[in-house]
Design a protein around this ligand. Structure first.
Ligand SMILES: Cc1cc2nc3c(=O)[nH]c(=O)nc-3n(C[C@H](O)[C@H](O)[C@H](O)COP(=O)(O)OP(=O)(O)OC[C@H]3O[C@@H](n4cnc5c(N)ncnc54)[C@H](O)[C@@H]3O)c2cc1C
Length: 384
């Protein structure tokens, strides 16, 4: 194999497929992916139903350079994404917090992409190992041989879920062409715990509604006690902003502890928590579970810990479980107009490989689609 293309796209994920779908000049374009199928992450996302965007999307939902994120999102916003898919027959439903999911299956999205890229050559089961420049062309070394292209679109995603093809190739390419990359970490992922939280293990399977504070950001939602630590939407969102140090969990948001004073009911009944969880925390705090009227003011005071439980997670569940990767190619070294590198002409970065990471709720696919649109719509445009 030794072939020249006009454009090569590394990655048949959300951003690479949307880019290939929107590209006007499809001839002489190649998509490469190390997986055996296109859209591997799309297929398993949102529990198989893919949360593809949200009713309300703004730069506030992202960790990244605000003006850059806003500028790219505004080119192909949530309404345009919804219209694009609806126009191709995708049936969607809105669930809580404005999250749009496929009515039937995430595979419906993949089927749409298959139809859209039918004229584009796709090379699957092929891993890109290195990219450099040779005689003015991008020379792409893969495990199947060399390929050459005039333009290169890096849509290779982040480091999360290596079993679905994730690799550091996008970051490696960026660095080799003089880009800066920020430190990467697993994000939208559960936390592992310190020995002091060992009692959480017994609660595995229980779910509670909490507010988690990290770095001045508060995330409300369900928290799941898992075998390895804690997970669930509130924790996943908190993990996006956590680097190290303490997080604070309010296990009783909007609840007044004063309201239980003098009650004849048992503490574990009065606390708005699953009984098992309430009892475990009472044990942990050294407060005997009994009628609230019999509990001293000092003991009741101990329960305040439940509203500001502060601890430092030991770490996260890691890339194998993380939905996304925080960090990546520094965004303002890329032109938001067409996503072209400001360091190397005809080199483009789209999707999660950039240092832009969304919260839980469809924001990461929205980013993949918006950045792909910006790139495709102004592709090869010198007037940027
Ligand atoms: C379990 C899970 C559930 C998720 N659910 C949601 C959700 O419901 N909503 C949401 O908004 N986001 C969700 N996400 C995040 C979302 O999937 C990603 O943010 C999005 O897919 C990023 O798109 P991308 O095109 O940048 O990268 P990807 O979709 O990751 O695509 C990159 C592609 O590049 C390929 N590749 C990488 N390295 C190489 C190489 N060296 N050679 C060849 N090919 C390579 C990979 O195989 C991959 O197919 C979820 C993620 C996971 C892991």
């Amino acid at each position: 194999m030794n072939k020249n293309y006009q454009t090569i796209i590394i990655g048949a994920g959300a951003s690479g497929l949307m880019f290939a779908s929107l590209l006007q000049a499809k001839s002489n374009t190649l998509i490469i992916d190390s997986n055996k199928n296109i859209g591997a992450k799309i297929a398993i996302s949102g529990g198989g139903k893919c949360n593809l965007t949200n009713e309300i999307v703004s730069s506030d939902n992202y960790l990244g350079i605000e003006w850059f994120v806003q500028s790219v999102l505004s080119r192909f916003d949530e309404q345009q994404v919804l219209e694009w898919f609806a126009g191709r027959g995708l049936e969607l439903i809105v669930r809580k917090d404005g999250q749009y999911f496929c009515e039937n299956s995430a595979n419906d999205i993949i089927d749409i992409f298959k139809r859209e890229v039918v004229d584009t050559e796709i090379l699957l089961d092929t891993k890109v190992i290195d990219v450099h420049k040779e005689n003015g062309l991008f020379a792409i070394k893969s495990n199947k041989g060399m390929l050459y292209s005039e333009s290169l679109v890096v849509a290779s995603g982040g480091l999360s879920f290596p079993r679905l093809g994730a690799s550091s190739i996008g970051l490696d390419i960026a660095k080799s062409f003089g880009h800066t990359t920020t430190v990467t970490a697993p994000a939208l992922v559960g936390f592992t715990l310190q020995s002091e939280q060992l009692f959480f293990k017994e609660l595995s399977g229980s779910s509670v509604f909490v507010s988690v504070s990290v770095d001045d950001k508060v995330h409300s939602g369900d928290m799941l006690f898992a075998h390895r630590g804690i997970s669930g939407p509130a924790i996943l969102n908190a993990s996006l902003y956590w680097e190290k140090g303490n997080i604070e969990i309010d296990f009783l948001p909007n609840f007044s502890l004063d309201s239980i004073k003098g009650s004849k009911k048992q503490l574990s009944t009065l606390l708005p928590l699953p009984k098992k969880v309430a009892k475990a925390f009472l044990d942990y705090l050294g407060v005997t579970d009994r009628a609230a009227e019999k509990v001293s003011t000092e003991e009741l005071g101990k329960l305040k810990v439940l509203q500001n439980y502060s601890f430092a997670p030991a770490g996260t569940f890691g890339y194998s479980k993380a939905e996304v990767t925080r960090g990546g190619v520094v965004a303002d070294e890329v032109d938001p107009y067409n996503m072209m590198s400001l360091k190397e002409a005809n080199l483009y970065f789209i999707g999660e490989v950039l240092d832009v990471t969304g919260e839980l709720g469809g924001y990461n696919f929205q980013w993949a689609f918006s950045s792909a649109f910006a790139c495709a719509n102004s592709f090869g445009d010198d007037d940027a």
